[in-house]
Ligand binder design. Structure first.
Ligand code: LLP
Length: 421
């Protein structure tokens, strides 16, 4: 399914009579594909990726896109074409990364709970690194490598006990969190590697959290890893690179956040003295702003004296972030009607009171059948969608150079029950 229209602007904007994505009318795509649906802007994704990439200048680095943010083949494939690399959080993400064109040497394998089966499949691939989360996991990797007569490349994920000052559900760098190995234990673990010929330590890794909007925690994590890399070098343990994880936040509500250039500048300031290449694992900062979730108004009913409930055909099944983290996403009317703005509570169709997509919003007046766009839905949106209430996974569209194409069709009930006996 392909449609053409003149390319007038990049990203999502309302230059004419309604919301457009890279110059293509969102309403036109929604009419053709139906709602709810995700619309991705290739141009925005590309520019977000390049902003990070170019900020490194000629300093050696690799951007390992955190596939968990959105692992659609079309998106992972685009990152691959742009010269990125991959951060996979499961053996299944590794499989998708390879289908999208990545070689094992372009993939780091992260994740707090890699099963024995996943490790048994991952070790023989010869990945760039397996980011190890515990002494036990290191033992299990060693046993597999030994059995295969291979040397496994590992990075130790260190928990630096740094507060990311993000939502508690997505802060990972404090010692109360389940992630990584505490600093002293990491030193001891790394010391054991001298006598373990089936393992080679290529890096140390930190990831302190996600949606980090101030520079201090990110700077702190970079300083920490640079300091530890120097300490290891002085102790006779050289590294190939340092992996500083992901975490750079985006502005969901328009308030300024750390820009990619400032973020990378802080990383470079901290790590340059080590001379080591920098690996980062950005997810949200690349894909977050690059997609919208389009929904149709299916009902409007009175809420209180000043506002109405607007029931839309997308909810926590398509975008779980508001229900799970109380996350804020802007909601825009695709073709605003004339008339006084009104107060609305945007709710989804799912049988849960937490299924509220936007609280206390003020928009142009709405009628049943109107389209709305939920902004900045590209990261942890479709990736976290579910079939609750037997709702099908929504379709995805990629807009590129004034053309759009369906990159995932809508799931059907046949697709769902095909797995059942
Ligand atoms: N590396 C590791 C080891 C991670 O655990 C994560 C995210 C990333 C990189 C990418 O972080 P980013 O650059 O996207 O912040 N579902 C939540 C976010 C969970 C993040 C999990 N880990 C949300 O919707 O906000």
């Amino acid at each position: 399914m392909i449609a053409f229209s003149a390319m007038t602007s990049t990203g999502f904007s309302q230059p004419h009579t309604g919301l457009e994505c890279d110059g293509v009318a969102v309403a036109e795509i929604a009419e053709a594909v139906g709602t709810p649906l995700y619309i991705n802007s290739a141009a925005l994704l590309r520019s977000r990726f390049l902003a990070l990439e170019q900020a490194f200048g000629d300093y050696p680095h690799a951007l390992h896109y955190a596939m968990k943010a959105n692992s659609m083949l079309a998106i992972v494939g685009l990152i691959q074409q742009l010269g990125g690399a991959a951060d996979a959080n499961s053996i299944w993400e590794i499989d998708v990364a390879r289908r999208a064109g990545f070689l094992p040497k372009d993939i780091v394998f992260t994740g707090v709970g890699k099963s024995g089966d996943e490790l048994a499949q991952a070790v023989p691939l010869g990945l760039k690194a397996i980011n190890v989360e515990s002494a036990g996991e290191l033992d299990r990797i060693e046993a597999i490598a030994k059995r295969l007569g291979q040397v496994a490349r590992v990075a130790v994920r260190v928990n630096p006990d740094i507060d990311a000052k993000s939502h508690p559900h997505i802060s990972t760098g404090l010692k109360i969190n389940k992630f990584g190995v505490p600093v002293d234990a990491a030193r001891e673990l790394i010391a054991t590697l001298r006598e373990r010929p089936s393992l080679t330590l290529v890096a140390i890794h930190v990831h302190i959290g996600s949606q980090i909007t101030s520079l201090d925690p990110l700077r702190g994590a970079a300083a920490f890893i640079a300091g530890m890399a120097m300490e290891l070098r002085h102790g006779g343990v050289p590294l190939e690179y340092v992996d500083i994880g992901g975490g750079l936040g985006i502005s969901y509500d328009g308030t300024p956040v750390v820009e990619p250039a400032a973020y990378v500048g802080a990383l470079l300031d901290a790590v340059r003295p080590t001379g080591l290449p920098i690996v980062i694992e950005p997810g949200r900062s690349i894909v977050g702003p690059a997609a919208i979730l389009v929904a149709r108004v299916i009902d409007i009913k009175p809420r209180n004296a000043v506002s109405d409930f607007v029931v839309i055909d997308a909810g926590m099944t398509e975008l779980m972030r508001p229900a799970l983290y109380g996350a804020f996403h802007r909601i825009e009317v695709v073709r605003p009607r004339a008339g006084a703005e009104r107060h609305y509570e945007f709710v989804g169709p799912v049988c849960e009171s937490s299924d509220v997509v936007g609280r206390d919003r003020v928009t142009a007046p709405l009628e049943v059948g109107d389209l709305v766009a939920i902004r900045d839905a590209g990261a942890y949106g479709s990736a976290m969608a579910s079939n609750y209430n037997r709702r099908p996974l929504p379709p995805e569209v990629m807009v590129s150079a004034g053309t759009w194409r369906l990159t995932r069709r809508r799931q059907t009930v046949d697709d769902m029950v095909a797995l059942e006996g």
